[in-house]
Design a binder for this molecule. Structure first.
Ligand SMILES: O=P(O)(O)OC[C@H]1O[C@](O)(COP(=O)(O)O)[C@@H](O)[C@@H]1O
Ligand SMILES: [Mg+2]
Ligand SMILES: [Mg+2]
Length: 341
């Protein structure tokens, strides 16, 4: 065995070490964010383990079924929701939680309260669970400015007010991508150590990409600018090469690829869904935050996505996010459409 190689591994930048280093840059910090993040990381490891054995443990399928031991079987998204709620509550650093799986916000009991408000999609890409394709967890974090009884007004804020955002992708490897507002960093879970290791420092999205990602099955209901944009991806008028299409149908996986390879991810409005499909607080905002931090852009068809002010917890919005130049193109098409009206 090569002991020097093993010893070298102790130099690895784990996510805990990374966040502690960041914390040391803020002498006034009491470590609350570090503790919150360690609970989110624990939730991700837990869900990752459940995803890895989903087929074996019969975690796929309908919630409410009973297994051979007579225990209630939980669908992976129900289980993930419970895992994150428990992890966030027990951190002692949260005061209000908004989950895709719960209609109402969860107000944390006073004895366990801290200043952070966490909005999350515990299991994103649910339609891919049963066939073993990449899925993930998305989260965004706001911080209370002063101590008060938390209400939903504390999270009905524009995405630019988030203090941190991230996602964990349960794919061929388990990857956690995080921004605390000073760039974007990616960590990969080393299963032998049980630690997330910094593998993608300071992620920057290419300024322009060669891939577009959209559910083209909805094309017949698209509006003019979206239809024109996708047509231009396939038949570029400037003589450049057509873009490639990649669409997984898990936002986490489609956005992760877009972040690393460049290009654009679109979930537009259409005649059937005038507000699009994706949820503002725990899908559009965290991913838009990461995109901007990586040098890309995110647009709703009307405005910068992070400027949007949600009026309800599960509000939806169209979104176009990715490489700076690619999003500029769709913004120009919507601006031209606006002038016609
Ligand atoms: O199947 P469609 O309409 O293309 O939608 C795909 C989108 O729906 C989602 O699966 C919605 O997320 P949930 O699985 O958390 O409900 C996104 O991950 C994905 O981008
Ligand atoms: Mg989702
Ligand atoms: Mg979900």
């Amino acid at each position: 065995m090569d002991h020097s190689a093993e010893a070298h591994r102790t130099d690895l930048m784990t996510i805990t070490r990374f966040v502690l280093n960041e914390q040391s840059k803020h002498p006034e910090s009491r470590g609350d964010f570090t503790i919150l993040l360690s609970h989110i990381v624990l939730g991700c490891k837990f869900v990752c383990a459940a995803v890895n054995k989903a087929g074996l443990a019969k975690l796929i399928g309908l919630a409410g079924e009973t297994n051979v031991q007579g225990e209630e079987q939980k669908k992976l998204d129900v289980l993930s929701n419970e895992v994150f709620i428990k992890a966030l509550r027990s951190s002692g650093r949260t005061c209000i939680l908004v989950s895709e799986e719960d209609e109402d916000a969860i107000i944390v009991e006073p004895s366990k309260r801290g200043k952070y408000c966490v909005v999350f999609d515990p299991l994103d890409g649910s339609s891919n669970i049963d066939c073993g394709v990449s899925i993930g967890t998305i989260f965004g974090i706001y911080a209370l400015k002063d101590i008060h009884e938390p209400t939903i007004e504390d999270v009905l804020l524009p995405g630019k007010k988030m203090v941190a955002a991230g996602y964990c992708m349960y794919g061929s490897s388990c990857t956690l991508v995080l921004s605390t507002g000073a760039g974007v960093n990616g960590f990969t879970l080393d299963p032998s150590l049980g630690e997330f290791i910094l593998t993608h420092p300071n992620i920057k999205i290419p300024k322009k990409g060669k891939i577009y990602s959209v559910n083209e099955g909805n094309a017949k209901n698209w509006d003019g600018p979206t239809a024109t944009y996708v047509e231009n991806c396939k038949f570029p008028k400037d003589g450049s090469s057509p873009k490639s299409l990649r669409y997984i149908g898990s936002m986490v996986a489609d956005v992760h690829r877009t972040l690393l390879y460049g290009g654009i991810f679109l979930y537009p409005a259409d005649k059937k869904s005038p507000n699009g499909k994706l949820r503002v607080l725990y899908e559009v905002f965290p991913m838009s935050f990461l995109m901007e931090q990586a040098g890309g852009q995110s647009f709703t068809g009307k405005e910068r996505a992070l400027d949007l002010v949600p009026t309800k917890l599960h509000e939806r919005s169209p979104v176009f996010l990715g490489s700076y130049d690619d999003v500029e193109e769709i913004k120009a098409l919507y601006a031209a459409e606006g002038k016609k009206e």
